[in-house]
Design a binder for this molecule. Sequence first.
Ligand SMILES: Cc1ncc(COP(=O)(O)O)c(C=O)c1O
Length: 441
Amino acid sequence: MSQPALTSNNLDAFWMPFTANRQFKKNPRLFVGAEGMYYKTADGRQVLDGTAGLWCCNAGHARPRITEAVQRQIAELDYAPAFQMGHPHAFELAARLSALMPSPLDHVFFTNSGSESVETALKMAIAYHRVRGEGSRTRLIGRERGYHGVNFGGISVGGIVANRKMFGTLLGGVDHIRHTHDLERNAFSRGQPDNGAEYAEELIRLVQLHDPSTIAAVIVEPVAGSTGVLIPPKGYLKRLREICDQHGILLIFDEVITGFGRLGSPFAVDHFGVVPDLVTTAKGITNGVIPMGAVFCSSDVHQAFMTGPEHLIEFFHGYTYSGHPVACAAALGTLDTYEEEGLLTRAAELEDYWADALHSLKGTRHVIDIRNIGLIGAIELEPMAGEPTKRAFTAFLNAYEAGVLIRTTGDIIALSPPLIIEKSEIDRLVDTLRTVLEALD
Ligand SMILES: Cc1ncc(COP(=O)(O)O)c(C=O)c1O
């Protein structure tokens, strides 16, 4: 469809991230507005947001409390230096965030994105061992198919091949456990799959190979999102925690997408009842309105740094915009919105309806698996012979034309609507997908 409003724009200069640039620029898909559950396109259509932007607009769009908080803050204090100076909202926000997280995860370090949260957590883990006199613990362990952002630490511990293979040898001293995807045993599971807790035992193999005295931390997404939604088998995360405990290894949960209500509880930590040593977050912390991330760490990790002369910096790390006043205001307005509207637990109320709706797509053309947890869903498609990713990408384009925003990765459709979604909108999302999939080659 042509978009006349764009003809005067030069689309060439902007090198778009994670985008098929040439395909996009031939037929651009531009949003010019957003409210509640809907985006407005440049050609004047309403598009139902099936993905909360990029897993971040958990309270939906144009939420007044957040908008007002940001506007007020810019007028009052636009910026305060982040090093050796502070402003009250950063402290207020850290206290409110730590109150949301189970003990002992009671300290918060601010960043500007999920990628930066990951780098921060990895550095914190290595430095933690060093300040305690265990400087040989430098190895990091990630998981195949994991996504931890795009910086060098994150792609090193990450396990998505396309994100790694172009960028050289990455960080040294990194190893990976296998992913938990098991279509043969777990296809069409509702919620956590029954099979696969034993995949956690792989960690023991790596501990034996490298020796625990060399391993600083294990990082996993509690629910792997970007790779196409891999839900942890029952008992798997608990077993990872046990193995880490046995060997003095820190466990990091990357909650950049699971944080802030996506699973029906404030964090995956609550949902799975497994408490790691560090938690990385971003996205939903400000409802996607202003870039921000936060790393939560246990009191034990924090305390290990709080030694030595008091005039010395304890952790040589931070960003110019760590705890930016406007981001803090956005986050406080976001927490108010989540709390006033019960959004941090709303996914739990909708989960059964959501699961029924998604699983009603079983038997639809091309569908080889459907999985769900909280307000996350994935529909895995049989790839086209010789053209992997094309079928799902075509579904994405056709769904957009039909007024629904979905996200695809490989041949998997991933869904993560804002937590304000109504049942009628779930129906519309799923009905549109059914029509789109039935019409696909
Ligand atoms: C689990 C996880 N970690 C890290 C990131 C990176 O976040 P950002 O794009 O804000 O750097 C993402 C982004 O999707 C993510 O899903």
